[in-house]
Write a protein that binds this ligand. Structure first.
Ligand code: SF4
Ligand code: SF4
Length: 80
């Protein structure tokens, strides 16, 4: 069975994808993640902004996606 996004409904693992070029390092995704699963990485994009990365367990709520003003981050379910 699949959810509305065509992902496995029972998927338990999620990964976060970021288009580095679009990210402006505002940190909204980090601040809004209810699981504190995001933090800044040491990676800097071509404009000098620090890129977030997954540091904890993502539960796939997609709040980071919703709040990113530049649509630079999204979440994908990974089949286990
Ligand atoms: S989908 Fe939810 S839990 Fe996962 S990184 Fe984004 S805000 Fe955090
Ligand atoms: S909210 Fe979007 S633009 Fe801001 S740091 Fe996160 S991914 Fe980058």
């Amino acid at each position: 069975m699949r959810n509305l996004w065509g992902e496995p409904a029972m998927a338990k693992k999620y990964v976060v994808k970021i288009v580095k070029k679009l990210c402006k390092g505002c940190g909204l995704c980090i601040a809004m993640c209810p699981r504190k699963a995001l933090d800044y990485s040491d990676e800097v994009n071509e404009y000098g902004w620090r890129i977030p990365r997954l540091v904890g367990e993502c539960v796939g709520c997609r709040i980071c996606e919703t709040y990113c003003p530049d649509m630079a981050i999204w979440v994908e379910a990974v089949e286990q």
